[in-house]
Design a protein around this ligand. Structure first.
Ligand code: SAH
Length: 214
């Protein structure tokens, strides 16, 4: 086993000990090479359970948070998922192994271009990436079975809820700039049901239905 593969297996064991129980999520994370998604100078830290800085002041999320958010989506394999905040594409790769199709949107064109190359080179084919303001969603492929937002929002962007199918789930960090609560929102016949899944800290969701650009 290569050194990275060994470290990856250790990380997955750690995620299990920390309470991740969805076996599909654990096996997806056991295959995605996180070292390929972090800057070269940080490859030796790729399998620490920590967020790491990437380019343009953004981050690659902490593996535990990726696992938790993915688990909260309750994916079974046939879903179409909309992800907001492609970043490095790591979360996109994990999702792509667990559902039918992923549409992912990133607002920073440099990061979006890098993620696109990386995901195609690594062979993640069932993904479609776009550059733009993800708070507006992506109408051409709506409605979605699941929506995942990987940046912190001041409130739930209405277009994302609207583009969710009935019975679908939206997972999103909502709060102020310092800390957020991970919310799971299920779209029901009589409106949204909101479940609070604990605290987290993400970079800002910037856009029309998010934070103002600085
Ligand atoms: N999921 C990523 C981490 C995301 S960090 C990973 O696995 O690496 C959050 C990302 O959201 C950043 O890249 C940021 O540029 C992006 N972002 C912020 N506001 C956005 C918006 N309105 N639409 C799309 N992407 C946005």
């Amino acid at each position: 086993m290569s050194e990275f593969a060994h470290q990856r297996a250790e990380l997955v064991a750690q995620l299990r000990r920390r309470g991740i129980v969805d076996e599909r999520v654990l096996s997806a994370m056991a295959t995605v090479p996180r070292e390929q998604f972090v800057p070269d100078a940080l490859q030796h830290e790729a399998y620490k359970d920590a967020a790491l800085p990437v380019t343009e002041g953004q981050t690659i999320s902490q593996p535990f948070i990726v696992a938790l958010m993915t688990q909260l989506l309750s994916l079974e394999g046939g879903e179409t998922v909309l992800e907001i905040g492609t970043g490095t594409g790591y979360q996109t790769a994990v999702l792509s192994l667990l559902c039918r199709f992923v549409v992912s949107i990133e607002r920073l064109s440099g990061l979006a271009a890098e993620a696109k190359n990386r995901l195609s080179q690594l062979g993640y084919g069932n993904v479609e990436l776009h550059t733009g303001d993800g708070t507006l969603g992506w109408k051409p492929a709506a409605p979605y079975d699941r929506v995942l937002v990987t940046a912190g929002a001041p409130e739930v962007p209405a277009p994302l809820y609207n583009q969710l199918r009935l019975g679908g789930r939206l997972v999103i960090p909502v709060g102020d700039e310092q800390s957020q609560v991970l919310e799971v929102i299920v779209k029901g016949q009589h409106g949204p049901e909101v479940i609070d899944a604990g605290g987290c800290r993400f970079v800002k969701l910037i856009g029309d239905a998010g934070w103002e650009p600085v």
